[in-house]
Write a new protein. Sequence first.
Length: 235
Amino acid sequence: MPQDIRKFSRSNILVSPSILAADFCELGRECDEVVKAGAEMLHLDVMDGKMVPNISFGVPVITSLRKKNDALFDVHLMIDRPLFYTPAFVKAGADHITFHIESSDDPVKTIECIHAHGCTAGMSLRPGTPAEELFPYLDQLEMVLVMTVEPGFGGQSFMADQLPKIAAFRKEIVRRNLNCHIEVDGGIGAKNVDLVVANGANVIVAGTSVFRHPEGMAAGVKVLHDAQDKLDSAL
Ligand code: DX5
Ligand code: ZN
């Protein structure tokens, strides 16, 4: 059964654990465990070694995971040609596909291709790219993804200077009355989840703080859901 991010409300915190921080020898089992721990979706970071200086995993890994797991697959493409590769990732089992404005393909064509293949679409931007560059596309997107680290690696330190960007998206989405989730990704955990949520993010990506939480994944997921009161007062 395909899952649809539009079934979730913007007024709820949704947790999307990045499997980059999982033990790849135990990937299937750890994905099951994190969903049972309360995560609403799985964040799948695809890197091509070109758009970002790292190579992660691609279509075959997602295809295998899909056979065993029916969670919402939140695919984050950090690749140069998202338009070309979209059909393959949809076939592999993606439910939602986010691509970067810094990639080489035409954004409108890429969004249209993702939608035509039955997935919801998201766009992301590097820390150095201003929020305004995504504003022209917001009414076609189900989610924007604000990077709070330079894309490419898990386990980096959170960049607090990206908080005003989250707030800028929230302001624009509210002003235009759009139904667009704000996802945030990079270095998020107990120390900063309240801040990102208070600024308007409601979909929280977390790799290290969930998969490597000293008290287990359920504790890592709970810390993020516990920021719900900050979202309630932010909205
Ligand atoms: C970075 C990835 C992130 C990252 C998150 O390029 O997009 O999803 O793996 O991992 P943590 O939470 O460890 O920063
Ligand atoms: Zn990511």
